[in-house]
Design a protein around this ligand. Structure first.
Ligand code: ZN
Length: 387
């Protein structure tokens, strides 16, 4: 731990001008998740940048048609096999190519720097690289791995095995996703579940033989009410039928109806409970059938005692930087859900402060960059094996 009076790294140690010109290059390279070639152009650039700065690189070829995965490491001291600090980041964005030339040009207005993916989360990736370099110079207790993935915005399907592989010997996971309103960091995230349900009945002419039909839409309507009855605001469980589709025409008793369900679940016990209830749903009419598929996409990331003490460490460093750090729980998922579910103390939202993620209002607050990079760098320096 750092001494109570001094910090190893202060915001003055960050060259903000150099940071901003590098960040502009990153934002100018658009990286929609599904365009592997575009993502890899930025991966090439970040790889070169980190290598030149003295960090070690492992690059793994993309799978499932996504871009490559980059692991940026501090050099390991000889003969150590200490557990590591894992930093989690992504280079893909939700914005399509052309956003920069269209609705969201890279531009500064006062303290706000706008651009696609700048807040979620290219600024956070660069903050992580800079913090690693500062921590290296100041001396760290633990080796640091920065894992940069290409598909976080679409569920991290290609990255999840690597995230979990590296998490197995991680002492801590720090996620440089953007800070939440007012610079808050994220200490808990709900799990995210998805179900697709097809309800099948029997078609019939609505005028000639209505009694022969079994309406899939009527059965689906009842099913929506039964599923949404699982909502429990007091416990933080939310269940939403986001899409419904069915029928073939006005005068036909509908044979089929499809539902898309979204679940947000605060902890593993509640996830098992709600998912079990949905999987057990069955029609009362023997001529109706349900085909239910899906489950948990990202496990819940609940506040653990180790996570709480990691937050205390961060809040203590932040206070000495003049930042009043607040934690919060959110219903949105991130790759921190995977590490927390494996029991790794995880803090999320350590990236830049700003607003407008996933919208054309996306921006960072330039004034947040140096203090929050210093916060991250001091955490890297002060965390030891016992926290
Ligand atoms: Zn993100």
């Amino acid at each position: 731990m750092t001494s109570p009076t001094s910090l190893a790294i202060t915001p003055d140690n960050i060259d903000l001008g150099a940071f901003l010109s590098e960040l502009r290059l990153w934002v100018e390279m658009e990286t929609p998740s599904h365009d592997a070639a575009a993502v890899n152009r930025l991966v090439d650039h970040v790889e070169g940048y980190a290598k030149t700065a003295g960090l070690e690189i492992e690059r793994r070829a993309g799978t499932l048609s996504f871009g490559d995965i980059l692991i940026v490491r501090t050099p390991r001291p000889e003969g150590t096999n200490a557990r590591r600090i894992q930093i989690l980041a992504h280079l893909d964005t939700v914005h399509a190519t052309g956003t920069l030339a269209g609705p969201l040009p890279l531009r500064q207005e006062g303290d706000r720097l706008y651009g696609p993916g700048i807040y979620d989360m290219k600024a956070g990736v660069l903050m992580a690289v800079e913090a690693m370099l500062l921590a290296m110079r100041a001396g760290t207790h633990l080796p640091i791995d920065l894992l940069i993935v290409p598909d976080e915005e679409v569920g991290s399907k290609s990255s999840r095995p690597v995230i979990e592989e590296l998490a197995r010997d991680a002492a801590y996971a720090l996620v440089v996703e953007p800070a939440r309103d007012g610079g808050k960091i994220v200490t808990a995230r709900k799990g995210v579940g998805m179900f697709d349900i097809t309800v099948r009945g029997r078609a019939a002419h609505a005028g000639v033989r209505p009694l022969d039909g079994r309406s899939a839409i009527r059965a689906a309507a009842q099913l929506v009410l039964d599923i949404e009855a699982l909502n429990d605001a007091a416990r933080g469980i939310t269940v939403t039928t986001g899409m419904i589709q069915g029928g073939t025409g006005r005068n036909t008793v509908p044979a089929e109806c499809r539902l898309q369900i979204d679940l947000r679940l605060p902890d593993a016990a509640m996830a098992a409970e709600v998912i079990g209830k949905i999987e057990a749903m069955c029609p009362t009419d023997p001529d109706i059938s349900f085909e239910i598929s899906g489950g948990l996409n990202r496990p819940p990331f609940a506040q653990s005692p180790e996570g709480a003490s990691l937050f205390e460490t961060a809040a203590d460093i932040a206070a000495r930087l003049g930042i009043a750090l607040e934690g919060m729980a959110t219903g949105g998922g991130s790759d921190g859900n995977f590490t927390a579910a494996l029991g790794v103390p995880t803090l999320d939202g350590l990236g830049a402060d700003g607003a407008g993620a996933h919208t054309y209002d996306e921006h960072i607050l330039v004034s947040s960059l140096a203090p929050r990079t210093a916060l991250l760098a001091n955490m890297l320096v002060s965390l030891d094996r016992n926290g």
